[in-house]
Design a protein around this ligand. Sequence first.
Ligand code: HEC
Length: 146
Amino acid sequence: MKKILLPIVIAALLVVVTWFAIGEMSPAQERWYSMEQVSQGKEIYSQYCRDCHGESAGGMFTWQTADAEGHYPPPPLDGSGHTWHHSLSLLRKMVREGGAPLGGTMPPFEGKLTAEEIDAAIAWLQSLWPVEIYTSWRDQEQEIGY
Ligand code: HEC
């Protein structure tokens, strides 16, 4: 009897543990982008964005301090700043149009990068965000209805 019971108990435990692991992981792992976009985005980022936003998108540590003209240095895009407060459509718009519409200095990428390339760059940036940050961003997206 014991010999039969043990494998059943182990199997049942495995089912429970897997169920919890999937329950914990899957909502946070759900992304709007693919891994192909992330690797394409990494290339695009290092070619077009890295010089300003830094090797790992950490931005400049003085990013919250405006210069004499009131311009701010490149902020971090890796989830440590406030980038995650912006919707996907606003992030796309910022990269397309640059900082000028908001009085900033970031150059526009419209004409230099396609919409797909911009999405890939954003995908790579979001892949750097801690899971809690990405989850908050996604919940906020769903609330706004984008
Ligand atoms: C010449 C420097 C420069 C380059 C190159 C650059 N940026 Fe920026 N970026 C900035 C600055 C400065 C800001 C802050 C707003 C402003 O002044 O325009 C900014 C802001 C942003 C923001 C808004 C962040 C936030 O938290 O509000 C995003 C997103 C962004 N950049 C993405 C990119 C991407 C993606 C690329 C490459 C395709 C890129 N940037 C290339 C300088 C740059």
